[in-house]
Design a protein around this ligand. Structure first.
Ligand code: TXA
Ligand code: MG
Length: 347
């Protein structure tokens, strides 16, 4: 167990002394967990292999899974990457700071430890004021994957961070809930056509509006042993709570009927069952029910928190309703499908 320096910081009224102390940890090669607008991240000096190793260690993460490098000023992209296309410049101007990561050819300064052995590097400028101030204060680019043990849902709230990571890192900054709730969109701009490797806060529709044609990595949409995911992180079972997750899909009425039938069966067998659904359906089910929200944006915000809450309630099986695969719905369905290990039930 490590000694972890934990600070609570108000994002509306940032205590720069505390930021400076955590920034010093990063400067000295340590690890610090901090809030971003998407999820909490576990940061270390992206240019220092030794520091980056500590991230992999804390997360128990396979080291072929590359990290996102976080910067506090747009210009820093030129220090880290080369061949920055017009399309990349458009994305940077339009969406940074914000929940989108771009993949570009890397410069030698970025160690292969950070890029997971790839010749490309993923870069993001987060909009969260604590993240921005911490990166600025440290004076270095910060590699930061989501602050979960590898395979678990990403933490979006203070309690989840403390529970899972205290004692595994040198510093933690608690700064309230992450506002998006799902990780950033990962957009590959290192090739001819922009390609979404991971759907997220900035949607396909948002990107098409400014870039024209945008592809989606086919590996995101289906489980197919023959398709290799271009974002290595997408190939692992991911975002999974302890319970087995099933997605129940089909017509609204049929889905409700099916889930209720399954709950009944499970009750008989003594299997503790949870349901996650849109708010208007909460009253349709009995047992451990969590309403994820009124609309897709709220569902995105609450999804990981709900999966973690189900673990706390010690349920054995979670049934999730299915969500529309457009806008932020693509990111929701991507994470849910992974959490479920591709297990669908037709209603
Ligand atoms: O919202 C986020 O992006 C959060 C916060 C903390 O910023 N970070 C995050 O990092 O989600 P992580 O490490 O959990 O996910 C990074 C994803 C993985 O799927 C990884 O495989 C992909 O980005 N990735 C990173 N570098 C890449 C590269 N050079 N080429 C392709 N995919 C890459
Ligand atoms: Mg992650």
């Amino acid at each position: 167990m490590k000694e972890t320096l934990v600070f609570k910081i108000d994002k509306e009224n940032i205590d720069m002394d505390k930021i400076k102390m955590q920034g010093d940890i990063l400067k000295n090669g340590g690890t610090v967990i901090f809030p971003t607008e998407t999820v909490y991240g576990i940061g270390a000096n992206a240019l220092d292999e030794n520091a980056v190793s500590k991230i992999y260690e804390a997360k128990g993460r396979p080291s072929d899974n590359p990290l996102i490098v976080h910067i506090a000023r747009k210009e820093e992209v030129y220090d880290l990457a080369c061949e920055i296309s017009e399309k990349a410049k458009i994305v940077i101007e339009k969406f940074w700071p914000g929940p989108i990561t771009i993949v570009l050819k890397k410069k030698d300064i970025v160690p292969y430890k950070t890029s997971g052995g790839l010749d490309t590097v993923a870069i993001r400028m987060p909009s969260h004021p604590i993240a921005m101030n911490l990166i600025k204060e440290s004076g270095i680019p910060i590699a930061a994957p989501s602050a979960n043990i590898s395979g678990r849902p990403s933490p979006t709230d203070e309690e989840s961070v403390l529970q899972e990571m205290k004692g595994r890192v040198d510093g933690i900054i608690l700064g309230g809930d992450a506002s998006v709730g799902l990780e950033s969109t990962v957009l590959d701009l290192s090739g001819e056509l922009p390609m979404i490797l991971r759907p997220g806060g900035i949607t396909l529709e948002d990107l098409k509006e400014v870039l024209g044609e945008v592809m989606i990595d086919p590996a995101i949409l289906e489980k197919n042993e023959n398709i290799k995911a271009k974002a290595p992180g997408m190939k692992y079972t991911h975002y999974a709570p302890n319970a087995h997750v099933y997605i129940v899909r089909g017509e609204e009425e049929k889905v409700i009927e099916k889930i209720n039938a399954l709950i009944k069966e499970n009750d008989k067998k003594g299997i503790k069952t949870g349901v996650i659904c849109i708010n208007k359906h909460v009253k349709q089910y009995k047992g451990e029910i969590i309403g994820l929200g009124e609309d897709l944006k709220e569902v995105a915000f609450n999804l990981f928190k709900a999966l973690r809450e189900m673990d706390k309630r010690k349920v054995d099986i979670i049934y999730s309703e299915s969500f529309e695969n457009i806008g932020i719905g693509q990111a929701i369905m991507n994470r849910l499908t992974k959490a479920a290990g591709y297990k669908f039930i037709d209603g």
